[in-house]
Ligand binder design. Sequence first.
Ligand code: G3P
Length: 208
Amino acid sequence: GVAWGIVLVAAYLLGSTPTGYWAGKVLKGIDIREHGSRSTGATNVLRTLGKGPALFVFLMDVAKGVAAIALARWLFSQPGLETQLPWAVTAAALIAILGHSKSIWLGFKGGKSAATGLGVLFAVALPVGLTAAATFLSVLAIFRIVSLGSIATAIAAPLLMLAFRQPLPYLLFALVGGTYVLITHRANIQRLLAGEEPRIGQKHAEPQ
Ligand code: G3P
């Protein structure tokens, strides 16, 4: 009852915390949703505000996911609640991801949930988080397209859950969360197929 309510509301509010939007406002007085890909994520912060702000926003967005899971683990480690812990962790993970891209502070818009998704993966299953990060960095190093790294990692996440023999709730989380991240990247997928997705350092074709 109460523990579920706290976990779900806190996960949503943590995910919703508009770090990329704040960075634009504080550092440059701009609304980042009017620049580049229009996303509030670290990639758009990189192309709009630069490396330092992007690193900061990335780390904060990862931390939001970690915090949501840490809270769920802490609350559901109480006696009588342990059996529900994997499901509470799964729900917190999905709600934190949802909150990042459907922020209550940004008219239910936001980022594409890649960094928050990575944070959640770290906290749900560390070996999966580490290999997911390695997947992302490998694709990024080869192609220099951030969205391609995010898309590859979203597809890899459920496979990594299987490879590391994680419990069923975590496999379901990776399937649903991975699919959700693919959906948030639909405009990127269209640009990739059209050969128009910018590489790191390239100017973004401003959408109309
Ligand atoms: O994490 C978001 C990244 O995968 C793509 O961002 O701004 O290039 O659409 P962006």
